[in-house]
Structures are given as C-alpha cells and as structure tokens.
Design a protein around this ligand. Structure first.
Ligand code: BJW
Ligand code: ZN
Length: 238
C-alpha cells in the first residue's frame, strides 16, 4: 500500500465518492453501529423493517419524526463541502453514491447524487403510489393526501430491495470510474458493502477513508485513517 501523497484528485477523470454514515458524523448525526450508534438504542427489527411498520406504524413514525427533527437541526460539514467542490471545480465527472438518507450531499451542493437507501425526507404510499417530499422537521400528516393510507418513509429497510434504477446508475458510475473514494462506511450492509470493490475490476484506484479498519480495508489501494473532513482536505488539494 503506497502513500496517498502520490494521489492527486486532479489526475482522475471519473471519480466516485461512495459514502456512509461516517461522512455525516462530524455534523452530529449518529452513525448506526459502534459506540453511540442508532442500533445501540433502537433495535432494527422494531424500527427498520416492513414487518415493524405493518405492526406499529405510529411507533416507526415517532422514530422517524425524531430523526427528521434531529437531522434537520444539523448541517453538512466540511467533508460534504469538499466533495461538492470536486464536482464543481475539477475537470472530471464526479458521482456521489451514498447510503445516507440525510440529503446533506445535495444541501452542500453536490448535484450528481445517487441515494441507495432512499431519503428521510421522502414518503410514499404503497397503496396508490403517491409520493411526497418535504423538509418539515416532523411530518404532521402521516396519511396519504390522495387515498388516506399511511405514508411510508421512503427509506430502504432491512429486507427491502434497493431500487433497481439506482443500483444500475451507481454500478454504471463505478464501472466507469478511475478513482473511487469510500468514506465512513462499516461495509457490513449488503448489497452496498460490495459495490465499491467492483471498481477494482476496471483498474480504478481505491481509497478508503475511515478512522477504523473495516472488513474490506485490505481490498483498497490506500487507507486514510482519520475523520472524513481532515482526510478529504488532505486528499483534495485544489
Ligand atoms: C467515520 C467517522 C468520521 C465514524 N469520518 N468515518 C446475511 C448475509 C448477507 C446479507 C444479509 C444477511 N442477512 C440479511 C442480509 C441482507 C441485509 C444485510 O446486509 N444485512 C447485514 C446487516 C448482514 N440487507 C438488506 O436487507 C438490504 N436489502 C437486500 O439485501 O434486499 C435483498 C433481500 C431481500 C429480502 C431478504 C434478503 C435480501 C437492504 C439494506 C437496507 C439498509 N438500510 C439501513 C437503514 C435502515 C433504516 C433506517 O435508517 O431507519 O441503511 S441500515 C443502516 O446501515 C443504513 C445505512 O445506510 C447502512 C450502512 O451503514 P453505514 O453507512 O456503513 O454506517 P455504520 O454506522 O455501519 O458505519 C459508520 C462508519 O463510519 C464506521 O465504520 C465508522 O468507523 C465510520 N466513522 N466517524 C469517517 N468522522
Ligand atoms: Zn395513497
């Protein structure tokens, strides 16, 4: 593994930033796993799968409204801003493939963002296929304005399939990239966990940014151990 000092983002033409909860940690949004993670306090079987929603939609909505308020009170951090600046300032095609549902990449100015696990701000009706997006800190009307059924948070829960169109666009970007930077993901949730590694098959340079080692660290060309904002500031020198 060579030093990242030899890597200049300016030398790449198609860059993918593949992000997880760790990129928003410095904004004050808790990650899912590890110390202080969401799953320490809320077990995913009761809050993050379709069965839980069907059993007790109010409980699942209380959880998600709490998160809307909490995330709504936070802001994107320097890591999101550096990634957005890469899209704006580099002579390269930049794609953000994110597992995050907070929308921070878009708020920071990234335009080419693919959300693998949906959005905290979008709801859908599985009865009449209506959709609604709002940044209200707490969604007041929890029922579809067309047919009256429960709105369902448009988040990809455990056991849900990811949207095929989003997977296809993400894989297209990954198979075309010459640099992939994975940031702040524990790489334990499938199919997302495996996706960055596909970039190896097309000869791309792979960089992992994470304060901790992950189960997939050994597959990366370079690992930068530290918080996302500091490591990205070192990597992306304009
Ligand atoms: C920093 C930092 C700083 C800290 N800077 N870094 C057995 C084997 C294989 C697969 C399965 C299995 N059993 C079940 C499955 C399938 C399942 C799965 O993968 N489970 C695993 C947990 C085992 N997957 C699914 O169900 C998916 N669907 C699917 O596979 O469909 C087909 C199917 C259908 C039916 C049956 C089986 C298969 C869907 C997965 C959806 C995940 N959704 C969630 C959100 C849930 C709801 C909600 O939010 O309300 O998405 S789960 C949660 O984890 C969230 C995240 O996007 C996702 C990934 O987490 P992430 O981003 O990696 O965060 P953390 O917290 O894990 O890690 C943070 C990292 O940041 C750490 O490494 C820190 O070190 C680092 N960090 N500070 C940089 N400052
Ligand atoms: Zn409806």
């Amino acid at each position: 593994m060579t030093s990242t000092k030899s890597v200049r983002v300016q030398d790449f033409k198609r860059i993918v930033f593949f992000t997880g909860a760790g990129v928003s940690a410095e904004s004050g949004v808790p990650t899912f796993r590890g110390k202080g993670g969401m799953w320490e306090q809320y077990d995913y079987q009761s809050y993050a799968c379709q069965d839980a929603f069907e059993k007790d939609p109010e409980k699942v909505w209380t959880f998600n409204n709490m998160r809307r308020s909490m995330v709504g009170a936070c802001q994107p951090n320097e890591a999101h801003r550096i990634i957005a600046r890469c899209e704006q300032d580099l002579d390269a095609e930049v794609t953000v493939v994110t597992q995050n549902i907070d929308g921070f990449h878009q708020i920071a100015g990234s335009q080419n963002v693919l959300e693998l696990h949906g959005s905290l701000w979008r709801v859908r009706c599985d009865v009449c296929h209506n959709q609604h997006t709002s940044h209200e800190p707490s969604l007041e009307d929890l029922h579809c304005d067309r047919c009256g059924s429960w709105w369902r948070p448009d988040i990809v829960w455990f056991g849900d399939n990811l949207l095929q169109a989003v997977i296809e666009k993400s894989m297209r970007a990954i198979y075309a990239c010459d640099l992939l930077v994975s940031i702040g993901t524990s790489a334990v949730v499938f199919p997302a966990a495996q996706m960055p590694l596909e970039a190896r098959n097309v000869g791309a340079t792979l960089i992992e940014i994470n304060p901790e080692e992950t189960r997939l660290s050994s597959f990366y060309d370079h690992c930068m151990r530290g918080p996302a904002s500091k490591m990205l500031a070192e990597l992306c020198v304009f």
